[in-house]
Design a protein around this ligand. Structure first.
Ligand SMILES: Cc1ncc(COP(=O)(O)O)c(C=O)c1O
Length: 399
């Protein structure tokens, strides 16, 4: 794309951190993925079928009728007391640990949690360990503060914690280790319980902070979840959560739970981002959770995503050549393809021409790897179009 004189003029003024981009090839693909005519297995959006339209409308009507003011007013930076209490109780029910006083805060989504953690911990040149591959939003957040990012490999049981241990023994000194232990984005795998325990032990031994992202934790197709890293090691973990995939992303809500001293610093940092998360969203979530509606929505969502995932995996099985491998998710939104040969950034371009949106794997590594991987998302694609989308992709991959 030609750079206009105006664009150049402003670019010269941009801060260094604003120039950390994703690379031209990938930016071009991302800009195409929003085309409405695509069969898209690209985005990580929840299926709009899960949105609680009527219940949200009923709650809004109730707030208006009862003369409630808190939903319409600014909120304290840490969060409104009622929503904080409802969230704390949910964490107790779903993770077996009630946050202590001062440990929990409400954020404007998990993305803001990543921003607050980065702001609080990272100076330029500090080291962050991530899973390879990992969530692009986290790479961008850490890079935005000038961190060096090292990706440690994953396998079917999640992050290879033994390998991390070896690197720590040979003097790797991260401040943060970022992990998405449940139904990982983009790999679609979960960390085994043994590895979770070992990771907590390593954090205690080597003095780093675990940043646990639980974006997909509640979306196991069978409803089961192993112990969270935060419940295993609340002294060495900050957990970042979101209601985007379980309630709806329009409210932009999430949480951070960690040691009280850290939580206080995150609250300080939040005073310089948005000062408080949406009070309206907080109150909607509080009422939704207290009435048990969130559990009802989760039952439906898990069944829907489980069905969509099964359909995508069956289509892959039927159509892909034998050299192609993919992960078998037990929850969440994603499966991760390994082509063993080929350039998937190029493949993604050709896929768009054939009407299919995919995300090339290079986007999910901080170091240029992932060139023969693809992330497939089954969360939002129309169920009736999954087969067609995967067939078209398979014909591009070839035999
Ligand atoms: C692993 C992971 N973390 C965080 C987020 C962002 O969550 P939120 O919508 O709460 O900002 C996503 C969304 O795609 C995600 O996949």
């Amino acid at each position: 794309m030609a750079v206009t004189p105006e664009a150049q003029r402003w670019e010269e003024l941009f801060a260094t951190r604003a120039r950390a981009d994703v690379g031209e090839g990938i930016a071009a693909i991302l800009s195409l993925l929003g085309l409405p005519e695509l069969i898209s297995v690209a985005g990580g959006f929840p299926d709009p079928e899960t949105f609680p339209r009527e219940r949200a409308a009923a709650l809004l009507a109730e707030f208006a009728a009862t003369g409630e003011t808190s939903a319409f007013q600014y909120a304290p930076t840490r969060g409104l007391p009622g929503p904080l209490d409802a969230l704390a109780r949910r964490l107790e029910t779903t993770q077996g640990r009630l946050p202590h006083d001062g440990e929990l805060l409400i954020t404007s989504g998990a993305i803001e949690g990543l921003e607050l953690v980065s702001r609080t911990f990272l100076d330029p040149g500090d080291l962050v360990v991530v899973e390879g591959p990992t969530y692009l939003g986290a790479i961008m957040a850490f890079r935005g503060y000038g961190a060096d990012i090292v990706a440690v490999p994953m396998d079917a049981d999640g992050l290879e914690v033994d390998e991390l241990g070896r690197r720590l023994a040979s003097r790797l000194r991260p401040k943060l280790v970022y992990a998405i232990p449940d139904h990982q984005n983009p790999a679609g795998v979960s960390m085994s319980t043994e590895r979770r325990e070992l990771l907590v032990e390593l954090a205690r031994r080597h003095g780093f902070l675990i940043v646990e992202d639980v974006a997909y934790r509640e979306l196991a197709f069978d409803g089961d979840a192993p112990r969270s890293l935060w419940s295993l090691g609340p002294d060495v973990t900050v957990q970042l959560g979101t209601t985007s995939k379980t309630f709806f992303p329009g409210v932009r809500l999430g949480w951070a739970a960690g040691p009280a001293e850290i939580s206080a610093q995150l609250v300080n940092a939040k005073q310089n981002t948005d000062q408080c998360a949406s009070a309206l969203g907080q109150r909607l979530f509080e009422e939704y959770a207290r009435r048990g509606w969130i559990e009802e929505q989760l039952v439906r969502s898990r069944a829907l995503y489980g069905r969509k995932c099964a359909r995508m995996l069956a289509a892959l099985e039927r159509t892909m050549p034998p050299r192609v491998r993919w992960t078998t998710p037990r929850g969440g939104f994603f499966s991760w393809l390994t082509l063993r040969g080929g350039d998937t950034t190029e493949l993604a371009k050709r896929a768009v021409e054939q009407g299919v949106g995919i995300v090339p794997g290079a986007l999910f590594f901080p170091d240029g790897r992932g060139g023969d991987n693809v992330r497939l998302s089954f969360s939002m694609v129309d169920e009736e179009q999954v087969d067609q989308g995967i067939e078209r992709l398979a014909s591009l991959v070839g035999g």
